[in-house]
Ligand binder design. Structure first.
Ligand code: PMP
Length: 377
């Protein structure tokens, strides 16, 4: 028997209450009984996004929400600045190019975060920019971007700010309205504690005015179509009814715990992971680390790909490896969504056992001792 633990930055573990909600009998999505559920879900999402704006619920993964958002507000030929410090920042650039936009793809070193002054400079060099696309937590590097400060810069221009908060919404502080963010997108399989399959696009007033002008081709993910249905508390196509029932439950749990407490929990657990890993000699990879996922450099002489494999196959603990050129060079451990103290400690224990087997020299038990100390502070 092997008990499995998911310590990846998505998909994440699903609480039993949410899984049971998902197993309820199917409701017809055009039946009157579905309307109060959609209403409740919308209110719950507005709390999660910290906004009074509408939030389109798409049947897709997070990338669908990115595509829907960008094609919803920009047309072919429009200038779009994409900040690319990792795999997901690059995705903004690739979507913009796929739809014929004029993408100014600003590459920054992986592991670093773009600074507000750099965005200011880019906007002054490109005054005709229609949208700036950034990533709140760049999951491939673990970097957290100061979205609040960047929104302050972008909101003074004519460009819209599109924030990919796929891995961070519900884990890190993000206040869409107070921070003046135009568009926020996220997915279901991260801090929201659902299985993969739903994605969300929240749009403010300034953005809603721009949507009617977009000439980008789109159909299923058309933001205009989704927002039109949403105004009638409906969905344009058959939604993933079971996932919406599960979402209703997850949002109830989020409200009950309270967003600020959830942000604190994520901070606490990631500090325990950082402390535990630090004590056995693992170094953090990124310069501005998030509480979403902890990226760690693979120690010299250790096979980077073997660490996640051994954790998964021998101890039932799934963590993530590095992506693209970071493959084999970093590992990523997340306590995202439905995670508590002893998920973090189990992760550290398994990591100690695996690294010992792989030949790393360190004081046995130092990691778990440091993690427990961090948790008790
Ligand atoms: N953006 C970020 C920051 C992500 O972490 C992910 C998923 N790892 C995505 C976008 C893409 O989402 P999906 O895989 O759900 O399409």
């Amino acid at each position: 028997m092997q008990k499995r633990l998911l310590l990846t930055p998505g998909p994440t573990m699903v609480p039993p209450e949410v899984a049971s909600a998902e197993a309820q009998p199917i409701i017809h999505h055009r039946a009157p009984e579905f309307i109060p559920i959609l209403k409740r879900v919308q209110e719950g999402l507005q709390y999660l996004f910290q906004t009074s704006n509408p939030i389109a619920v798409l049947t897709s993964s997070g990338t669908g929400a990115m595509e829907s958002a960008l094609t919803g507000v920009c047309s072919p030929g429009d200038k779009v600045i994409t900040i690319e410090g990792g795999k997901f920042g690059q995705r903004w650039g690739l979507i913009a190019e796929a739809f014929g936009m004029n993408a100014v793809r600003e590459e920054i070193e992986w592991g670093t975060a773009i600074q507000p002054d750099q965005v200011k400079e880019l906007l002054s060099q490109n005054p005709d920019t229609k949208a700036v696309c950034i990533t709140h937590c760049e999951t491939s590097t673990g970097v957290l971007t100061d979205v609040k400060a960047i929104a302050e810069v972008v909101s003074k221009s004519d460009a819209l700010l599109l924030v990919d908060a796929v891995s961070s919404l519900g884990a890190e502080e993000l206040r869409m309205d107070d921070w003046n963010i135009d568009v926020v997108v996220t997915g279901s399989q991260k801090a929201i504690m659902l299985p993969p399959g739903l994605a969300f696009v929240a749009v403010n007033k300034r953005t809603q005015e721009r949507i009617s002008q977009s000439k980008s081709p789109s159909y299923y993910l058309s933001l205009k179509t989704h927002l039109k249905s949403l105004a009638k508390t409906s969905t344009p196509y058959t939604p993933a009814v079971s996932l919406i029932l599960a979402l209703d439950k997850a949002l109830e749990m989020i409200k009950k715990e309270g967003l600020e407490n959830i942000w604190k929990r994520h901070a606490r657990l990631s500090k325990a992971i950082q402390a535990g890993c630090g004590a056995i000699g693992l170094e953090i990879f990124s310069q501005q680390p998030s509480h979403v996922v902890t990226p760690l450099k693979v120690p010299e002489g250790i096979d980077g790909a073997a660490i996640p494999k051994m954790l998964r196959d021998e101890y039932g603990v799934t963590i993530a490896g590095g992506q693209a050129h970071l493959k084999g060079k970093i590992i990523r451990i997340a306590t995202l969504g439905y995670a508590a103290d002893f998920d973090a400690t189990t992760g550290i224990c398994a990591l100690e056992l695996a690294l010992k087997k792989l030949g790393l020299k360190f004081e046995e038990g130092a990691g778990i001792k440091a993690a427990l100390k961090a948790l008790s502070e």
